[in-house]
Unconditional design. Structure first.
Length: 133
């Protein structure tokens, strides 16, 4: 919802779909739908998300997945991106790894764009926010 509201404040009306490997309850789906966000449970580690997207935002996946799972999730997101689409990987992690017990946290955000290179597509970093404390 935050991403959708950010884009709307900046004059962009986008179709927003939320995917999570954790089951999304019918109540959560109804709440999100009231704000114009479709939500689905999908294992994006095993296969690409259904459909194609201009922007995919992945939040906190690198801290919850193994390196192999993370690489597979990014690879699958890449497959679901439209040409020139953006992949946003955002992490907010507590320094000590204790999620709600410590006020100090670090933010990392990297934005990649799917660009054509020769006969193939590649992800190119276009924004990299360093860790902030």
């Amino acid at each position: 919802i935050d991403s959708k509201k950010y884009f709307e404040r900046n004059g962009l009306s986008l179709k927003v779909t939320a995917l999570d490997v954790v089951p999304i309850s019918k109540e959560q789906q109804r709440v999100l739908l009231k704000d114009g966000v479709s939500a689905y449970t999908q294992d994006y580690i095993s296969r690409p998300p259904y459909g194609t997207f201009s922007i995919i935002r992945m939040a906190n996946i690198s801290i919850h997945l193994t390196r192999r799972e993370f690489a597979q999730a990014v690879s699958n997101a890449f497959k679901a991106l439209e040409p020139n689409g953006l992949l946003v990987i955002h992490n907010r992690t507590h320094i000590a790894g204790q999620f709600d017990m410590m006020p100090d946290y670090v933010n990392e955000t990297t934005v990649y764009q799917k660009i054509k290179k020769g006969n193939a597509f590649a992800l190119e970093p276009i924004y990299d926010q360093p860790r902030l404390k």
